[in-house]
Design a protein around this ligand. Structure first.
Ligand code: SAM
Length: 329
């Protein structure tokens, strides 16, 4: 393709077939995608979409994503007072990037302001910006090492990739990010949101989608907090969490195993219910009744208890025997 004006007009590049628009409005590439891209990058300005930046030299060139794109010949630097005809993603914007901007991006490209977030107040936006072309990016989370996990504070390559993805050039966003080790994570982290934004038509819809997403996040945070609080209360109220909840019907088996069957030091069953037990001076049971037991019960038990030649109990009361039968011992 000839150098000059028409070079980056997407959809008009027909000959090299780099970009085709599908029924969703997204574009796709045909086979040997990498090769087609390499052909592009070997050209003077190197990318199917015109990319530009105003570089304020705030950043360490080794860490700066804008400078890396420049070294790769994917973006060009603009002079401070130089205007740009395409979309500028900038914190100075009033509207959000939306699929409505697709034609502008296709025709004229996308620019960023390469500077430090910490020094953003020093930037003389009025010198270079065209306010009606400035765009905010909606809620998206950074994946770069400097601001990982932070919403809105994207670096230059993320900002450009986000703009490309929102207007429907997802594969170009991928291409651009593929030059950064962490790049693929930006699309992974934001995939769902980007798909939502791609379905919007204009800035207002993008803003509404962003607000709905943030409301949802806020709701989930509150729910998680409430559930954590509830769990903390339960832990303190329930004491030892290793104890089995005896009111739990599912624990019936464990409960029944807890039913106490106790033995004397020779292994004889001496009690199946809490009772006061007394021993003779050889350790033999001499009485099983409690002082509170009725006289009737005492008599019954006395009648049923028999002893072996050493004085040990060899036969339990009838009621005890019934319980033993029930336990299949
Ligand atoms: C402040 S610079 C930081 C650049 C960083 N030093 C780097 O290595 O790429 C990031 C630029 O990306 C664009 N940008 C990032 N996040 C944005 C957002 N949420 N809205 C609009 N523009 C954004 C702006 O042009 C912004 O100036």
């Amino acid at each position: 393709m000839a150098k000059g004006k028409g070079k980056n007009k997407l959809g008009k590049t027909g000959g090299n077939g780099a970009i085709r628009t599908n029924s969703n409005g997204h574009h796709s590439r045909h086979n040997n995608k990498k090769m087609e891209f390499k052909q592009h990058v070997s050209r003077e300005t190197s990318f199917p979409v015109k990319l530009a930046m105003w570089d304020f030299d705030h950043c360490d060139p080794k860490r700066c994503s804008g400078k890396k794109l420049e070294r790769l010949n994917l973006i060009r630097s603009l002079k401070i007072n130089q205007k740009f005809q395409g979309i500028t993603v900038s914190p100075n914007g009033k509207k959000f990037v939306s699929p409505e901007d697709r034609e502008l991006v296709t025709e004229f490209g996308c620019a960023v302001v390469e500077c430090s977030w910490a020094r953003i107040d020093e930037i003389p936006f009025s010198k270079f910006s065209t306010p009606k072309l400035d765009r905010l990016l909606p809620y998206l989370v950074a994946a770069n090492q400097v601001n990982y996990g932070r919403p809105w504070k994207l670096n230059c390559v993320e900002a450009i990739a986000a703009c490309l993805a929102i207007v429907g050039f997802m594969d170009l966003a991928e291409e651009l990010l593929s030059h950064f080790s962490w790049g693929v994570n930006f699309l992974k982290l934001n995939r769902e949101l980007l798909e939502i934004y791609q379905q919007c038509t204009d800035s207002d819809e993008i803003e509404a989608a962003q607000d709905a997403w943030m409301d949802q996040i806020e709701k989930e945070v509150q729910e998680r907090k409430a559930s954590n609080n509830a769990q903390n209360v339960d832990i303190w109220m329930s004491g030892n969490v290793n104890r089995i909840d005896e009111s739990d019907e599912d624990n019936e088996d464990e409960d029944s195993e807890d039913e106490e069957v106790t033995y004397d030091n020779l292994g004889n069953i001496i009690e199946n219910e809490p009772r006061e037990v007394r021993y003779d001076n050889l350790g033999n049971i001499i009485e099983e009744s409690s002082e509170e037991s009725s006289g009737e019960e005492e008599e019954d038990e006395e009648e049923d208890v028999k002893y072996d030649s050493l004085g040990n109990v060899i036969e339990e009361s009838e009621s005890l025997q019934k319980k033993l039968d029930g336990l299949n011992i």
